[in-house]
Design a protein around this ligand. Structure first.
Ligand SMILES: [Zn+2]
Ligand SMILES: [Zn+2]
Length: 154
C-alpha cells in the first residue's frame, strides 16, 4: 500500500507538503529532528512554516508512515518503519539503525520471571561510531558515565 493509499483510507490526502516531508524523512537514515526536516523542506517549499512541518510529521507518524521517537535532544523522526534497533554515538550525536536482536528470547525470559506479557521492547545502544573512533574524538562522557558504561579510554 502506498503512502497515498494509507492516508486516503483514513480520509486524508497526500498533499504536496506532506509528500515532500515524507520524502525528506525517508531519504535519510539520520533520524532528523523537526527543525532539521523543516530546513530541508524549505528548499522545496520556501513558504512552509515550522508549525506546518511539525503538524504533518506528527500526523504521518500517527498514520504509521513514520516513527516518532524520543532521543536525548528531543523528538526525532524515523523513515524506517521496520523493526530495528538504534545505536547513538555519544561523540557526534548521530543515531544509526542497527539490525534488531531476536525479540522472542528476551520476551520468554521476561514472561518466565514476571507475570508480564511482553508485546515488544526497545533496545538502545550507546557508544562511539566508526567515524568518531577513527578521528579519536575525546569522549564527552564524564568519568562516572564511563564507569557506568564500562568503557575503556583510547
Ligand atoms: Zn560519531
Ligand atoms: Zn531508525
Amino acid at each position: 500500500m502506498t503512502a497515498a493509499d494509507t492516508l486516503r483510507s483514513r480520509g486524508l490526502r497526500l498533499t504536496r507538503p506532506r509528500r515532500i516531508i515524507l520524502d525528506v524523512v525517508r531519504s535519510t537514515d539520520t533520524h532528523p529532528t523537526a527543525a532539521s526536516v523543516y530546513r530541508r523542506v524549505r528548499r522545496k517549499l520556501p513558504r512552509v512554516s515550522l508549525a506546518t512541518v511539525h503538524r504533518n510529521l506528527r500526523q504521518l507518524a500517527t498514520q504509521g508512515l513514520l516513527v516518532e521517537r524520543s532521543a536525548a535532544d528531543g523528538m526525532r523522526f524515523d523513515g524506517n518503519t521496520g523493526v530495528h534497533d538504534h545505536f547513538t554515538c555519544v561523540a557526534c550525536g548521530r543515531i544509526y539503525d542497527v539490525p534488531a536482536r531476536p525479540r522472542s528470547a528476551v520476551r520468554r525470559r521476561m514472561a518466565s520471571s514476571t507475570a508480564f506479557e511482553v508485546f515488544d521492547y526497545r533496545m538502545e545502544f550507546y557508544g562511539r561510531c566508526g567515524a568518531c573512533r577513527r578521528r579519536r574524538t575525546r569522549s564527552p562522557l564524564t568519568r562516572h558515565q564511563r564507569r557506568t558504561y564500562g568503557r575503556q579510554e583510547p
